[in-house]
Write a new protein. Structure first.
Length: 125
């Protein structure tokens, strides 16, 4: 996934370079988050042999863009899951997965709910 693809998904004109540094870091972090979550997908097999670029499925790209959006708004929202102005009521979530739920919905076909751990890691051997 390229910075230009991310900007297109976020609705940012390619010519607007004012956020490129931040978006580049968020893109890299989003790809790592996708790689960690999408355990059914071998990212090494997705590297184009000719260009050396990572070629991701569309759903993974959409998930990365949602992950980036969540990170851009996370500092402003800080775990707020609901809010009502008139009654001055807010609900907060300490669960970080709520923030990334939209991204994880896109990544769901590539995620396994089963996690295998070697015994030596689990018990310190």
């Amino acid at each position: 996934m390229t910075l230009a693809e991310l900007k297109a998904l976020l609705g940012i004109p390619v010519e607007d370079t004012s956020q490129d540094m931040k978006l580049s870091m968020l893109l890299e972090s989003g790809i790592l988050a996708a790689q960690s979550y999408c355990d059914k997908l071998d990212f090494l097999t997705l590297v184009d042999a000719e260009t050396g670029l990572l070629v991701l499925p569309a759903a993974v790209k959409l998930g990365i863009s949602e992950w980036v959006k969540a990170n851009q708004t996370m500092s402003a929202r800080q775990g707020v899951t609901s809010e009502s102005i008139g009654g001055l009521s807010q609900s907060f979530s300490g669960d970080g997965t709520v923030i990334y739920a939209t991204a994880q919905k896109h990544w769901a076909p590539y995620h396994s709910d089963v996690l295998f751990m070697p015994v030596r890691r689990r018990y310190g051997r």
